[in-house]
Write a protein that binds this ligand. Structure first.
Ligand code: FB9
Length: 467
């Protein structure tokens, strides 16, 4: 009981002693003899068919041991198949004798080698015996006086505190966990990605506008107006406000010409580009629209200065919902603009980025995006899942996107993107996106979700009783 252990009424000293104990099989051998001895005994002078001997309970184990003890031999050429014969007339069942020694409490009589051999045969085990040596404490008394845990004002005023026993202060006691706010796992992982980008010298792009014009979300990225992603099967268009009124018209004209006639060495798409289509408001389908805005602002600043931008925010896609897809997710995007950047630079920055995520084994697979050429899907070999996982997409922005903005000829821009939900699900061992996001999330998971370091091994999902 609590009060028994508190204060110096008794001293309880933990002592642990190690001792050797027979395992269940060891007990049985000490009683019945070792497998090899039983095999030996079961062989009559005229020998025993090996097949028959193997059927004996100790057959298999005993046979090999008796052979290695050179107690028996096998005549493979015997008429009706291999036959086992005794080699010696009698033998000493050392194993049984040693186990009985231990049973008799004389384990110290055995040498280290003999002991480890019996332990290897799982006949002997070393157990640690924990015992408490209890002795009288300085405050020992037979009368149990309840120890005070609080010093009250009247004790002080009456002075009665002087002769009352007080419970010693337990400085190691856990305080009551303050009921504090809890970061959703997604936000914990988001802050880790932010940390990685900031460490790599990236600046965060403003992404506060979920509503975007088709112009910045598609046209500025040289994505043609008849591209399948631009119909309402993939994109949420707005009824009110349906149209974006504010567009930089001189830049819009250059985008129009590039789409319809080409330019800057490109033949363009040769279709009639419509301003109304570009004005249509939508819920942004990617944060690459924010990258387009940032690169356009950058192009207005002369002379050009190299930049590294990142964004992490919500994007919306009218997709078929399944266990890993909702109509919205958080896109993570990195953008680097500088003179003469190549695909090699992109592979290099991707390696640096994913290494900080604890992902080192990367593979790049050619891919297609309307706004990057060349483009690559990025794959990493996932130890836990024992397979290659797609961890993102990337590419070099097309000149048809950058030059109409006013960026210098020899400036190229590399970029990549991934989701926030996928790494979070993998890190927290969550298989259904609805257990991470949405009204079905059990908040206990949020409260108990540990801070999980992205570059550390994934932790198994908390089991029910631990939750
Ligand atoms: O996140 C994705 N996978 C992923 C990422 C990290 C991760 O970490 C683990 C801890 C180890 C695990 C998985 N993907 C991108 C790959 C797939 O999940 C993919 O099926 C789903 N993708 C989303 C889009 O789905 C339609 C993830 C999302 C995605 C895809 C592409 C981009 C951004 C997000 C992009 C881009 C881009 C390309 C070029 C230039 C600029 C941006």
């Amino acid at each position: 009981p609590q009060w028994l252990l508190a204060g110096p009424i008794i001293e309880a000293e933990l002592r642990s002693t190690k001792r050797w104990e027979l395992t269940a099989e060891g007990e049985e051998i000490a009683r019945e003899g070792s497998h090899e001895a039983r095999v030996f005994r079961s062989i009559p002078p005229e020998g025993l068919a090996q097949s028959e001997l193997m059927r004996l309970p100790s057959g298999k184990v005993g046979f090999s041991k008796a052979m290695s003890n050179k107690w028996i031999r096998v005549d493979k050429s015997a008429a009706d198949g291999p036959r086992v014969f005794r080699v010696v007339d009698s033998m000493e069942d050392e194993v049984q004798r040693r186990l009985q020694l231990v049973q008799g409490g004389q384990a110290e009589k055995l040498g280290e080698k003999e002991r480890s051999e019996l332990r290897k045969r799982k006949l002997l085990a070393e157990v640690t015996l924990k015992t408490y040596w209890v002795s009288k404490g300085s405050a020992f008394s037979t009368s149990i006086s309840k120890q005070e845990t609080e010093l009250s004002p009247e004790m002080i005023s009456s002075g009665s505190w002087r002769d009352r026993p007080f419970k010693p202060y337990n400085f190691l006691a856990h305080g009551v966990l303050p009921d504090s706010g809890h970061l959703h796992p997604l936000l914990k992982v988001r802050s880790q990605f932010r940390q990685i980008f900031l460490e790599m010298g990236f600046t965060e792009m403003p992404t506060y506008n979920f509503i975007e014009s088709s112009f910045w979300n598609f046209d500025a990225l040289f994505q043609p107006q008849q591209h399948p992603a631009r119909d309402q099967h993939d994109t949420f268009f707005l009824r009110d406000p349906a149209e974006a009124l504010q567009l930089p018209m001189d830049y819009v004209q250059r985008v129009k010409r590039t789409h319809s006639q080409g330019g800057y060495g490109s033949q363009g798409y040769k279709y009639t580009w419509k301003l109304d289509e570009a004005r249509k408001n939508l819920l942004r389908t990617h944060t690459t629209s924010a990258s387009a805005r940032a690169l356009y602002r950058l192009a207005q600043k002369k002379p050009f200065t190299p930049v590294k931008y990142f964004s992490i925010d919500r994007v919306f896609r009218n997709e078929t919902l399944d266990a890993t897809h909702l109509a919205e997710f958080h896109q993570i995007e990195g953008v680097v603009a500088d003179h003469g950047l190549t695909l090699g630079h992109l592979m290099g920055v991707l390696r640096e980025f994913f290494t900080k995520l604890g992902i080192t084994q990367l593979r790049f697979k050619p891919a297609y995006n309307p706004y990057t050429e060349p483009s690559m899907e990025v794959f990493s070999y996932h130890q836990g899942l024992k397979k290659w996982v797609e961890v993102g997409n990337s590419g070099v922005f097309r000149p048809e996107m950058l030059l109409p903005m006013g960026l210098p000829e020899n400036v190229s821009v590399i970029a990549w993107g991934l989701s926030l939900e996928r790494p979070t699900m993998i890190k927290y061992g969550i298989n259904n996106i609805r257990d991470l996001v949405g009204h079905k999330v059990n908040l206990q998971m949020v409260y108990d979700s540990p801070l999980c370091r992205l570059d550390a091994e994934p932790r198994p999902p908390p089991t029910q009783e631990a939750a």
